[in-house]
Design a binder for this molecule. Structure first.
Ligand code: NI
Ligand code: MN
Length: 227
């Protein structure tokens, strides 16, 4: 299975047959090198309603017919826009033909729409079982001790964690989160898209190597990691 970073917090997972997009914010994303018209998707998984995560979901779902997996209120909003949806709740999991999706706790907020002021429930992170490989995308979140619960139950192969601060964890908190979640590999996301979230991924990688057993992987947009 190949995980490709699309810029900001957008990730594409593919096994050559099934494509899963996570938080496909491409239009208006200064880091994006692929357009919403080009990406493939059988499923779109959303962590929360903010524009830099929902992004092009409605247009991509319309073109590809992808099923949108989201927390309940966000799923209803997407349904009102014509999307085929599968609503879920934090702490819940569901089996799909490719594996499963489970929502994890994220400490953040969650509005949607033009002004971002339509509240659409709690934000989350996700653990995606894709053909037996476990990928964790933390969404936007603060550091939380709850992250330890993930490692108690699951052996995460690959984690995507925000490091940009201002809206989410900063580098030191994300390193601590890596120690809690104990993934085999960790990829920093949600940084350097705009001035308020400037962060040095090399600094994150060095601290992860120094303080945890996880292998840090820095991906430029359109770069992939095979797991
Ligand atoms: Ni957000
Ligand atoms: Mn965000």
């Amino acid at each position: 299975m190949k995980a490709t970073f699309l810029g900001h917090a957008a990730v594409s997972l593919s096994d050559g047959e099934t494509s899963i997009l996570i938080d496909p914010f491409l239009t208006g994303n200064p880091q994006a090198k692929i357009s919403a018209d080009e990406v493939e998707a059988n499923y779109i998984v959303l962590t929360h309603g903010h524009g830099d995560h929902v992004g092009d979901t409605v247009a991509i779902a319309e073109r590809t017919g992808a099923t949108c997996i989201a927390t309940y209120e966000l799923a209803l909003w997407l349904q009102s826009k014509g999307c085929d949806v599968h609503p879920m709740g934090i702490g819940g999991a569901h089996d799909f033909p490719f594996g499963s999706v489970r929502y994890t706790v994220a400490h953040h907020s969650g509005g949607v729409g033009e002004l971002g002021d339509r509240y659409v429930g709690n934000p989350g992170g996700v653990i995606i079982d894709f053909g037996g490989k476990l990928v964790h995308h933390a969404g936007d979140t603060a550091l939380t001790y709850d992250m330890k619960l993930i490692a108690e139950r699951f052996a995460i192969d690959l984690a995507f964690l925000p490091i940009g601060s201002n809206f989410t964890m900063d580098i030191d908190d994300a390193v601590k989160a890596t120690g809690f979640i104990r993934p085999r590999k960790v990829v920093p996301v949600h940084y350097n898209t705009w001035p308020p979230i400037e962060a040095d991924p090399q600094d994150f990688a060095a601290k992860v190597s120094e303080r945890t057993a996880t292998e840090p992987v820095i991906l430029a947009p359109m770069e992939s990691v095979e797991i």
